[in-house]
Design a binder for this molecule. Structure first.
Ligand code: NAP
Ligand code: 8YV
Length: 310
């Protein structure tokens, strides 16, 4: 049996399937990481996820490594240049999670705009008898700016259209055959929209893309939704502007230092918080697990990988 390093816990069905095909070694459980890596230096296969990734340092300790299969589409936690330089292939799980992530993005928008979380608390706490809940705002007729009109961004856009929203977008370049207005300047787009939904990858290139100027441009009537990565947003500026009433609201599935979420965000009613669960439905996680497995099987057999990165 080939060895396989599992960097962190994986779903039970994937763990079981991998266990039937590989001798699985569990990195996260090893008390002495250096000794673990030395013991498995010739391992050819690794499974990791979007949080744990794989650093160049770990790759250096595993000269036999051939394939890193990641359970997730975002690869910002994997040092891709290091993998390329060492001839290590990387796979991820694109497309199979688009629906689930787009659904959560719309769910967060509805929750924030219609104040669904607060309204639930209002009823549970017995406040209703004392008077009606505050008026809220609807999505229909509002403009949403998609930051990152990629696989997931496009699914968010089509759902926003179904809600009768006007869709615009920003990316590094305009796309052909897309019926939405393109903004080459993110701050300018933020000024023109009520909703800004971020669905771009994390990593150094996008760190702090949603900066103070973008959030200020969004303004007191605007709201930010983030299903991309926490690193995209200047979180300190976000907190400060929300507290000062200079930004209308935020609905966040991802955070700069998750699972730690700033107390200030947890204290605000105009903030909806979600524990990085956009892809976490039974159906989607099964499909992601299957793709990870298929990539590893292909790699083991020397066949073309199903979803190589780059
Ligand atoms: P994708 O198809 O590659 O789309 C990414 C989009 O971001 C592209 O349209 C790209 O457009 C744009 N983009 C990239 N760099 C940019 C930059 N510097 N400035 C502006 N736009 C930029 O990726 P995807 O499959 O939709 O996934 C997107 C991300 O969602 C993932 O990388 C991951 O971080 C996140 N995600 C989160 C969850 C969750 O659980 N919350 C689940 C899945 C994915 P241009 O190339 O035209 O710039
Ligand atoms: C997962 C994600 O939460 O695909 C991604 O990029 O962020 C999510 O689908 C993660 O990769 C699983 O750990």
């Amino acid at each position: 049996m080939d060895d396989l390093i599992m960097m962190g816990p994986m779903p039970a069905d994937l763990t079981e399937a991998l266990g039937q095909r590989f001798a699985v070694a569990r990195y996260w459980e090893a008390p002495d990481k250096a000794a673990f890596l030395a013991d498995h230096a010739n391992t050819r296969f690794m499974v990791t996820d979007g949080h744990t990734g794989c650093s160049a340092r770990i790759m250096d300790a595993l000269p036999g490594l051939e394939l890193i299969a990641s359970y997730g589409v975002g690869t910002d936690a994997i040092d891709l240049p290091a993998a390329k330089a060492r001839g290590v292939a990387v796979t991820n799980t694109p497309n199979v999670l688009n629906d689930a992530v787009a659904e959560l993005a719309l769910g967060l928008m509805l929750a924030l705009g219609r104040r669904i979380v607060e309204a639930d608390r209002f009823v549970r706490d017995g406040c209703w008898r004392a008077g009606n809940f505050a008026l809220t705002s609807e999505l229909a007729g509002a403009t949403v700016g998609i930051l990152g009109l990629g696989r997931i961004g496009k699914e968010i856009a089509s759902r926003a259209q179904a809600f009768r929203m006007n869709v615009v977008y920003h990316g590094r370049r305009p796309q052909k055959d897309v019926p939405f207005r393109y903004y080459d300047d993110l701050t300018e787009m933020a000024r023109d929209v009520e909703w800004l939904v971020a669905a771009v990858p994390g990593g150094v290139q996008t760190a702090g893309l949603v900066d103070r100027a973008v959030l200020e441009a969004l303004g007191p009537q605007g709201a930010i939704v983030n299903v991309g990565r926490g690193s995209l947003i200047d979180e300190a500026a976000l907190v400060e502007l929300l507290q000062a009433g200079k930004l209308g609201g935020a609905a966040l599935d991802v955070f700069a230092a998750e699972p730690d979420v700033p107390d200030a965000l947890r204290a605000m009613d105009n903030v909806v918080l979600s524990p990085h669960q956009a892809s976490a439905t039974e159906k989607t996680r099964r499909a992601m697990a299957y793709l990870v497995f298929q990539n590893l099987v292909a790699g083991q057999a020397g066949e073309p990988l199903l979803t190589p990165v780059g």
